[in-house]
Design a protein. Structure first.
Length: 158
C-alpha cells in the first residue's frame, strides 16, 4: 500500500509545485515600470498617446465617411499643439524597458531628427488643409501624416 501512495504523493507534490511556479511567473509578466528619475519613458509614451487621441478620430471620420470639417480642423490644430510633447524625453539614458524605441534613435540622431521634422511639416500641412474644410484636401494631408508616422516607426520603434 505504501508503494502506491508514494508515487501519488510525489505526483501531487509535483503538481502543487508546478502550479505555484506558474502563479509566481504569471505575476512577473506585468507591465515594466519606468524606474528612471522623472519617468521620462512614461512621459513620452503618454505624450504619443495624447497625440493619438487627436489623430485617430480624424482617421475614423475619414474612413467612416463622416467628415465634419470643424471638428476635423479642431483635432488637427490640437495635434499641432501636442506634437512637441514626446521629443524632450528621448534622452540617452532612456534606452531601457519599458521603451519601444530602438537604439537607432541615439545611433542615428540626424535621421531621427529628419523624421521628426517630416512629421512637423506634415502636421502643419494637415492643419492648413483642415482649414479649407475640403474633405479631399484633409484626406491627402492626413495620409501624409500617417505615412510620416509609419516611416519613423519602421526605423526607430520596436
Amino acid at each position: 500500500m505504501s508503494r502506491t501512495r508514494l508515487p501519488s504523493l510525489a505526483r501531487s507534490s509535483f503538481v502543487l509545485s508546478s502550479s505555484m511556479l506558474l502563479l509566481a511567473l504569471a505575476g512577473c509578466g506585468g507591465p515594466v515600470e519606468d524606474t528612471l528619475p522623472g519617468q521620462p519613458i512614461k512621459h513620452r509614451q503618454e505624450a504619443f498617446k495624447a497625440m493619438l487621441r487627436s489623430f485617430e478620430p480624424m482617421g475614423k471620420m475619414l474612413r467612416d465617411d463622416r467628415y465634419q470639417a470643424d471638428e476635423f480642423a479642431r483635432l488637427a490644430a490640437e495635434l499641432v499643439t501636442l506634437r512637441e510633447g514626446p521629443w524632450p524625453y528621448f534622452t540617452p539614458d532612456t534606452l531601457q524597458p519599458p521603451t519601444k524605441a530602438k537604439a537607432a534613435v541615439w545611433e542615428r540622431p540626424q535621421d531621427f531628427e529628419h523624421e521628426r521634422q517630416t512629421f512637423y511639416d506634415a502636421t502643419d500641412a494637415l492643419a492648413q488643409a483642415a482649414q479649407t474644410h475640403d474633405r479631399n484636401n484633409a484626406q491627402a494631408a492626413y495620409d501624409k501624416v500617417h505615412a510620416s508616422c509609419k516611416s519613423c516607426h519602421r526605423d526607430f520603434r520596436k
